[in-house]
Every structure is written in C-alpha cells, then in structure tokens.
Design a protein around this ligand. Structure first.
Ligand code: NAX
Length: 353
C-alpha cells in the first residue's frame, strides 16, 4: 500500500505505512554559537538526532562561528550532511550573529573563550563579556519574538545578564544560563555512591552561580532502590554529602581539566541538551530541575541576577521558580555568598549593561 503526501511524495518506511505528519511539523530554528568548538562538536549532532526537541520535531540548525573558524565549521556541516539525520531540515552557517540568529526560536550561546592558564574569573569576565553585548543586540534585532536563550559560555550567568540587557524586545525570563551540568554531576555522584542508575535519582538541584560557590542541594532529592524510594540523605551518608560529594560537584570542572587536559565538552553538551529538552518537553519523572534564571527576589536573592534555582516546568517553554522551600541556615549563608559573587560580577561588567 502506498500513500501520496501533499508534496506528491510516496511515504513508506520499514514496511509500515508512515504519514508525513512528523516531517510536516514546522521546524524549530536553533542557533548555536561556537559550533565548531569542543562543546559544539557534541552538541549539534545531538540536537540533529532529536535528543533535545524530541523524536518528531524537525530542526533547522543555524551555526555561528568566528570568521577564523568558518572552514572548520564547513567541515562540521559536511559531517552533519553525512549523518543524514531524518529530523535535520536544513543547516545554515554564518560568521555574523545578525545573519545566524535570524528567526531563531532557540539560541544557544556557547562560543566564548575558556579560562586560560593563570587567568582568574575577573579576567575571563572582561574578555568574554563584550561577545555577549553584540550577540544580545543581534538577538534583539533578528531572533523570533519569543526566542529562548541558554548561555553556556563562561561566566555563563553574567554573560546571560549582559545579553539580556541588550535585547529589550525579548522577555527577560527567556534568558537563562546553564547549571544543569552541575546538577548532572551531583546526580552522577549520588547514583554511583548509592549503587543505582542516574535514572533512579530525582530532584537534586543547585543554587547560585556556575562557579565553585554553587550550592548543591539534596533536600528534595530521592533515590529509587530495590527496597523502595528513599530520600538522598537516607540512601547515602550525611557525612559524605557534606564532605566529598559537595566538594566533588563544586570542583568537578577543574578535576576534568587536570585529567583530560581540556575542559568538559561532551558532558556540557549533554547538559545543554537536557536544559532545553526539559524546558520544552518537561522533566519526566523529576518534579524539578536547575536553571539559572532571572531572580524575582525569591529567597532574598537580589532581583535580576541570573541565579540557579530549582524550577518547575509548567507548560512547554514555561518555568516557575519553586518558592517557599525550607532552607537551613548553613545553606542560606552559602546561597547568599553565591549571590554576592554574582553581584560582584554584575558590578565588574556595569559598563556593558
Ligand atoms: P572551544 O574553545 O573548544 O570552542 C569555543 C568556540 O567558540 C570556538 O570554535 C570559537 O571559535 C568560538 N567562538 C568564540 N567567540 C565566538 C563568537 N564571538 N561568536 C561565535 N563563536 C565564537 O570551547 P568549548 O570547550 O566549546 O567551551 C565553550 C564555552 O563553554 C567556554 O566559555 C567554556 O568555559 C564554557 N563552558 C561552560 C560550562 C557550563 O557548565 N556552563 C561547562 C563547560 C565549559 O567550560
């Protein structure tokens, strides 16, 4: 049996008649900067495979690089072609965000310089900050009205603030930064310690800045074991949570640089995919996830800072900060220290805002 779709194409797949509904869904335009970099090289293949926006959602990839990296980007584009991803509607390459962000529904700001040897955080802010003024302006000028933005390039929270300040047309709430890698690191450590799969660990999250002042929080966390679901605190020891666990999560980025000689890439790409996936499609079995989003003043965090909170996804592309959690004094002190660090970062880039 055959059937002819609107374009006159006969659709037949794997012996099962398949309507072309999926390929007739309007493609989502995803712009990615730094697409030829380490993270980009994992990220864009995962997006094209459907990991981020779901198995029925076609995508248009709009890949943005510096002029100097365009040749490498062309090579990446050739590899994307060679994968023949069923969901990859088309690929556009650009060395200018004013072109690369045109009509983008999702903008993933990955491109930035990683921290060099001997560079401290304030040097990094000064060298990467200006990238995000231009990109914020390009988002304002040409992206979709309701574009959703994730900033991965470090210092990601403050870079998101800079881009947001230059894109007044786009709702402020749509500017987010990635702390999902920190959450995933925490989940990975707990799963390993408890002897379960990461899929059995839920509702662990992080507060604050994507830096070593972040605060991993397991107070809502659960672990599913053979003998039922327990709180994280019951499943692993409190001593370990307050000691090795906390330190490992907060300093994991540095440990990976020492071991690999390069910063995290595949895990960062996976986490960016998770961030957008959950924002669009929900958190599955978990009730919450971590996203760095504009503070609304909850928990005394100064309004406007892009701060990692536990959030609930209430509808596609809608999140709400989880309010009124009981926070113990020690955690509150650390949350405020991370907020203070973000206030200092904001002051350091005041001329860019
Ligand atoms: P790479 O140096 O491998 O790649 C960066 C790419 O960005 C390069 O190809 C470069 O040409 C491009 N680029 C630089 N400026 C650009 C601009 N203005 N427009 C477009 N492209 C531009 O770095 P990679 O390992 O991919 O890391 C990218 C960023 O992610 C870094 O800032 C890094 O610090 C940050 N990270 C953030 C993480 C997070 O959890 N938020 C974790 C991983 C990573 O450290």
């Amino acid at each position: 049996m055959t059937r002819v779709d609107d374009d006159g194409l006969i659709c037949y797949s794997g012996g099962v008649f398949r309507t072309m509904e999926s390929t007739m869904t309007k493609p989502i335009r995803v712009a990615v900067t730094g697409a030829a970099g380490q993270i980009g090289y994992s990220l864009i293949f995962s997006i094209a495979a459907g990991d981020m926006l779901g198995p029925d959602q076609p995508v248009i990839l709009q890949l943005v690089e510096l002029p100097v990296a365009m040749q490498a980007l062309e090579g990446v584009g050739m590899e994307l072609d060679d994968c023949a991803f069923p969901l990859l509607h088309s690929i556009e390459l650009a060395d200018d965000p004013m072109q690369g962000f045109k009509g983008a529904d999702v903008v993933m700001l990955v491109g930035a310089k990683p921290r060099g040897a001997g560079q401290d955080r304030s040097d990094l802010i000064k060298s990467n900050g200006p990238i995000f003024t231009g990109q914020g302006e390009a988002i304002d000028a040409v992206a979709a009205d309701d574009a959703k933005i994730i900033v991965v390039g470090n210092p990601c929270n403050t870079n998101a603030l800079i881009a947001q300040s230059r894109a007044k047309r786009i709702p402020k709430k749509n500017f987010t930064a990635m702390t999902r890698l920190d959450q995933n690191r925490a989940v990975g450590q707990i799963a390993r310690k408890a002897g379960v799969a990461p899929a059995d660990v839920h509702d662990v999250f992080v507060w604050g800045n994507h830096s070593d002042t972040m605060v991993p929080d397991v107070s809502l966390g659960t672990v599913r074991t053979g003998s039922g679901t327990k709180s994280v605190v019951e499943a692993v020891s409190a001593d370990w949570l307050g000691g090795d666990f906390d330190k490992t999560v907060r300093t994991r980025g540095k440990a990976i640089i020492v071991a690999r000689g390069k910063s995290s890439a595949a895990s960062a790409a996976m986490s960016a995919v998770n961030h957008i996936h959950d924002w669009f499609l929900g958190t599955g079995e978990s009730k919450i996830t971590s996203m760095a989003v504009p503070s609304d003043g909850s928990y005394g965090i100064p309004e406007g800072l892009i701060y990692s909170f536990p959030v609930k996804i209430t509808a596609p592309w809608q999140y709400e900060i989880v309010r009124d959690l009981k926070v113990d004094d020690a955690t509150k002190t650390r949350m405020m220290a991370s907020a203070k660090e973000l206030e200092e970062e904001r002051a350091a880039v005041a001329d860019l805002l």
